[in-house]
Design a protein around this ligand. Sequence first.
Ligand code: 3H9
Length: 698
Amino acid sequence: MSDSSQINDVISLERVGEIALVRIDNPPVNASAQPVRRGLIDAVAAANADDAVKVIAIYAAGRTFIAGADIREFGKTPKEPSLPDTINTIEASAKPVISAPHGTALGGGLEICMGTHARIGVKGLRVGLPEINLGLLPGAGGTQRGPRLMGMKNTLDMSLTGKMVPGETAVDWGLIDGIEEGAPRDVALKAAQAVLDGTLATRRTSDLPVEMDENALADARAMIAAKMPFLDSAPLVVDAVERSPGDVQEGMKFERESFVTCLKTASGRGMIHAFFAERAVAKIPEAGATPRDIRKIGVIGGGTMGSGIATSALNAGFEVRLIEVTEDALERGTATITKNLEGAVKRGKSTEAKMQEALGRLTPSTEMETLADADLVIEAVFENMEVKKDIFTNLDRICKAGAILASNTSYLDINEIASVTGRPGDVIGLHFFSPAHIMKLLEIVVADKTAPEVVASGFNLAKQMKKIGVRAGVCDGFIGNRILAYYGKTAGYLMEDGASPEQIDTALEAFGFAMGPYKVGDLAGLDIGWANRKRMADTRPEDERYVRIHDRICEEGWFGRKTGKGFYIYDDEGPRPNPGALEIIAAERAAKGITPRDFSDQEIVDRYMTAMISEAARVVEEGIALRPIDVDAVFLFGYGFPRFRGGPLKYADEIGAAEIVQRIETYAKDDAYYWKVPAILRRMAEDGSTFEDLNKEG
Ligand code: 3H9
């Protein structure tokens, strides 16, 4: 006998004999929004009131169990009932309540499971406490019930890494009681029957003891100090777990207060913004177009970029044809790809068998004609317009109708490249970031005539390669490199005016960048920027202040790490400032009659960030980026921008446009050519609006 009723829009209750099945249906990810919380309490109450019911089982519809609290509710006025109260109510139920999570049980979703009296996962389940990725900590009992089920160490690992754990591992840890195959409803029903039969034990998690683990607490604190110094929530995770051997409700009070505090910190706001940035970038005007079917990818150029792109394509399961001009170059390219794949095996991210299978899909060739059957060709040769045009002329002749022709240029005009083909609608920019098989960012550069389905294909490719695709318009350097070229000059000005490369790097690392700009330059190779500056030399405006230090360093043959010297020296003693570079800096200052002055670290950060924000504002103003959040995504996923700050334009909102305008006007007193207030920032300073307002407009 079964009867069912709808508790509210998202929760329904079905009675099957002595079992009450509570179903959550709140697409897309069953987030525990207010109606879910309210509905769960009401459903458990209704089942308790029904004399026929002996056991209650919670499961979910759709692709996943509860993926956590509804992140869109954060920062808004909290709506009753809270999630901790909801879970406490479930745990207090007189009749046993069990859960049968499937897909992912994350954050608040896992905390709900912890509050039920037994948990049977559906095969394929993954669980986690990812709140740390949002700059938060578990806020609905995870730090108190977690240690009771899986011990302090596992709770700390899970909530400090934010990583998902397979259901089977969760069973080993004692967090989940078992894994069963089947549809979530069937697994829930079977588990509830097991409770009735006495073969599945139920108990309240809060009643279980916690064993104090001083070592785990000390290790976690040491790890945070070394690796996570910027996240306000990280130490609070440990403080909360440390309280778990005490009274659960006391511990939850501390946890809740810490959670609310973290929501109000800049790092919490920044991390939440980064979460949405990762997803917002997929919202493009071409989202409705049908992507073309891509199976075979041609990559032209076996250098670092081409090999990295080919590696990424192989990892995504494509057949790849690598084209180089000579057999030697082809061998080098194949060797690099093999090395990239081996690296993944060494890091435990892949296996020897997977590597061999991937290499089996690689066909190296010196014949461009072999690209005739490719669905997508990515040209990744050096930055020279004439060479690229020549390649695209050939591709136009060779490639089949409907093939997508892409250039991995970092700066060049995709319209001009497309103009040499008879099919500009098929031409697009796919700008990968080095190392291309590792970096998450893919700038998808849309030229004037690029067809919507070609754009949609670019985004589809990004997804298949597990990258973050960001739509960019055509301009020199697109979103990222254009902004980089602009604020890179500020670093040069700071250096010529008195700050050392090391001080600039240290100041920006203290701000949160993993590496300062001079260390990054040395790592990427100083010759790349040098080549670009030479390319731009003829068009450089006369009024622009030009710092020659980088060029002079390159003239010495010092290109950074790869030559052992750049701004720093790289040898057995470890990186240290290159005295030769410091001599060049001193000589350049003297030649221009500059008396070096002191800069505070704060001034370095302020000038650098103000430059980054002003050019980013212009990129938004000109429509090169669709929205401010797209710029943020580019910097988060391609330029090592500190995630806890959310991106340059999120950071701009934190400072406020008025302050930024004031800074630009102050700096302009010394260099009015470089420091100009973008119209968009001026308007925002006047009307008090923010970049976030523009994000909401879409
Ligand atoms: C928490 O639980 C705090 C508690 O401890 C205490 C509270 C008091 N809320 O990623 P997808 C949206 S903190 C709202 O593309 P997938 C997402 O924006 C939370 N919306 O799918 C997207 O929307 P759109 C801890 C959410 O299949 C759509 O769902 N939980 C939420 O690749 C599809 O998402 C987390 O941090 C949410 N919680 O991956 C888990 N989650 O289509 C975060 C997703 O409009 N979520 N959306 O762009 C995830 O990790 C992935 O979404 C998941 C699915 C793995 C679940």
